[in-house]
Design a protein around this ligand. Structure first.
Ligand code: COA
Length: 169
């Protein structure tokens, strides 16, 4: 079930995001660079960000955030999926939901920056219709212009209920 982040998710969401980063960076990972995650409600929600989670059998298995930039643009950050639930379409569902929320807010475009060697992340944003603006050995910058229509999720994630926007829990 995809839903908004709630304060009770704080510990699980922080763990999920830090776990994904630790996988990427290995021994050089330093969680002190991610102090923003110590209080997601204050550092993100209170600043107008959208934060969503996917909950499955009482576990937070995926998350992602949409920040507002310069009033008319959004930026997706902190997308992460627990290893056991990857390649089920969860990240794509999170990204497309955040894009739809950005569209409803009137954003003109959504930006994403990811590390070029992170093949799965680069492939994820391509699969969601993002356009590659520039890329070098370290960073790949994507943009999704919200003038056109969003790609649909081809396969519904297995064993995950999606709550329609606006529906009550
Ligand atoms: C990157 C990440 C979020 C992808 O999550 P996911 O739920 O497995 O992704 P999805 O199942 O939604 O994949 C959507 C599309 O992305 C691409 N993709 C995802 N993982 C991929 C991989 N390992 N290799 C190649 N393509 C991949 C595919 O095109 C996929 O569509 P398909 O399964 O129909 O082929 C996940 O691997 C993760 O959490 N990694 C650690 C944290 C991280 O890197 N976050 C991104 C920060 S920018």
């Amino acid at each position: 079930m995809l839903r908004d982040f709630a304060t009770r998710d704080q510990v699980a969401v922080r763990r999920l995001i830090l776990g994904g980063l630790r996988e990427r960076w290995g021994n050089s990972f330093d969680s002190s660079y991610n102090s923003d995650l110590a209080d997601i409600a204050s550092n993100y929600l209170a600043r107008g960000a959208e934060v969503v989670v996917v909950e499955h059998e009482d576990e937070i298995v995926a998350t992602g955030m949409l920040l507002q930039e310069r009033g008319v643009r959004g930026r997706i950050v902190r997308v992460s999926v627990t290893p056991a639930k990857r390649r089920h379409g969860l990240a794509k569902m999170v990204v497309l939901e955040l894009c739809e929320r950005g569209r409803r807010r009137g954003y003109r475009a959504i930006d994403v920056l990811t590390d070029t060697p992170w093949v799965s992340a680069v492939a994820l944003y391509r699969s969601c219709g993002f356009e590659e603006l520039r890329s070098d050995g370290s960073d790949t910058h994507f943009v999704l212009n919200l003038g056109g229509s969003l790609p649909t999720v081809g396969v519904r994630p297995r064993n995950v209920r999606i709550r329609p926007p606006g529906a009550q829990p």
